[in-house]
Every structure is written in structure tokens, then in C-alpha cells.
Design a protein around this ligand. Structure first.
Ligand SMILES: *Cc1c(COP(=O)(O)O)cnc(C)c1O
Length: 235
């Protein structure tokens, strides 16, 4: 199968999963996780209908930007973000998915203030409680959401999660259900910018249909679009 065919197939599977859940497929954004892909591959993906690219690493993102590889698509930052790289991402990525500490939140707000803009962000939730992963727990998410709501230069758009690796997609259902519940809870506690809190980023190649069934509004898909990732050259 060509990449173009895989993109069409993933989109069709998202649409079918949404309809089966009684949802409008237009509510679900497909974000292509482009890590380790070349600028040419990214251009081809955009030509084939990809409208959002998600990058993990600031260095790769910067290289692709220099190539103008994302032209025609929105750019999201989906990887872990160190405070010392905030400058390269704020104002460049339309949405930062991975805000998981007060320290990072404040650094983003300060940089956005410097640039005179408002940065869209998601709070990353470590819904599986895994040691190895970034993200806050459910209580931490509520606290961080309240802090974000009080800042002038960030706009809290929703939540993101990466559940633990699972042997079968159904295994992650409880995590997706818990995320949806947390999303609804936090939204109900936000008064002013309630309508802007509309993004629930969850689901990857192995489980995006399950995530859509449970309420994802954005899925981040890499392997199912681009094929297995080659090992990075520098390793
Ligand atoms: C790589 C990556 C994805 C996509 O993973 P696949 O299993 O290849 O679909 C999604 N989200 C994040 C944060 C990623 O780093």
C-alpha cells in the first residue's frame, strides 16, 4: 500500500468509528505523527490530505521548518517539552499537547507574552500512572487547568494522554473512558473559556478507533500512515 492509500484508509477508519459511536466524523482531527520522517514524506502526506502534523522533537521540527515542509498544514508539538526549548516552540506550533507542569506552563506563558500572542495548549495526563511517562495525574490536571485559566497568554484547549502500551486496543478503553470523564469534569468547572476547551487528544496507530469511540477529538497517528519507523540514524 502507498502512503497515500494508508492515509485514506486511516481517515476512513476514523470516520467509520465516529459514525458507529453516533458522532460526526468531522469532529475528529487526524494529526500525523511525523517523527523521523523526511521533509519530502511530510510534503507528500500534506498533498494527500493531511491537515495537521505533530512533531516530537524540537530539532526535527526546526529542520523541517527550514525546509518549509509543513506548508499547507497546521503544526502541533506533541512530544515532551523542556523549558529551555520553549522559545523554539511557542508561536511556532499552533498547539502544544504536552504541558505537564506549572514550571512549563509559566515558561510558555512568559514566552507568549514576549511575542504578544496567546499560545494554545493541552494538559498532558499520565492516565496509566506510569513512572516512565510525562503527564500529571487527574488531580494535578484540574489544578494545572485552574492555573492556566488564570494566565493571559495561554489558552487551554483541552487534554492529551498516551495510555500504556497494550496488547489489544480494548485494553485501553478504561483509560480513554477516564480521560473523557476528566475532560467533561474540567470543562464543567471552567466558566469563561468553556467553549474553547474542546480538544481531547488520544489514540495512536494501534488504538485510534477505540479512542474515537470513547470521545477523542484528535488522534495522533504515525506508523499506520507512514509504516514502521526506521531507527534514528544517530543511534
Ligand atoms: C509517535 C507518537 C504518536 C504516534 O505513534 P504511532 O504508534 O506510530 O501511531 C502519537 N503520539 C505521540 C506523542 C508520539 O510520540
Amino acid at each position: 500500500m502507498t502512503m497515500e492509500e494508508r492515509i485514506a484508509q486511516v481517515r476512513a477508519r476514523i470516520d467509520a468509528a465516529a459514525r458507529a459511536a453516533g458522532r460526526d466524523p468531522a469532529e475528529v482531527i487526524l494529526c500525523a505523527a511525523t517523527k523521523v520522517q523526511s521533509s519530502d514524506t511530510i510534503r507528500r502526506a500534506i498533498a494527500a490530505g493531511i491537515t495537521v502534523c505533530g512533531e516530537n522533537r524540537v530539532q526535527e521540527m526546526t529542520a523541517h521548518l527550514a525546509d518549509d515542509a509543513y506548508r499547507g498544514a497546521a503544526l502541533h508539538f506533541i512530544g515532551r517539552l523542556q523549558t529551555n526549548k520553549v522559545r523554539q516552540v511557542v508561536g511556532t506550533a499552533e498547539l502544544i499537547h504536552s504541558v505537564d507542569s506549572e514550571h512549563l506552563l509559566l515558561a510558555i506563558d512568559r514566552q507568549a507574552e514576549k511575542l504578544g500572542l496567546r499560545q494554545d495548549i493541552l494538559i498532558e495526563v499520565n492516565i496509566g500512572g506510569e513512572q516512565s511517562k510525562g503527564g500529571v495525574d487527574a488531580r494535578g490536571a484540574l489544578a494545572l487547568a485552574e492555573q492556566a485559566a488564570a494566565l493571559d497568554h495561554v489558552r487551554l484547549r483541552g487534554l492529551m494522554a498516551i495510555p500504556p502500551p497494550a496488547a489489544r486496543p480494548e485494553e485501553n478503553r478504561p483509560f480513554f473512558v477516564a480521560m473523557r470523564q476528566l475532560f467533561v469534569d474540567i470543562r464543567s468547572k471552567m466558566d469563561d473559556n468553556n467553549a474553547e476547551f474542546n480538544c481531547l487528544s488520544m489514540g495512536m496507530s494501534d488504538d485510534f478507533e477505540e479512542a474515537v469511540a470513547q470521545g477523542a477529538t484528535l488522534v495522533r497517528v504515525g506508523t499506520a500512515l507512514f509504516g514502521p519507523r526506521p531507527a534514528p540514524a544517530h543511534l
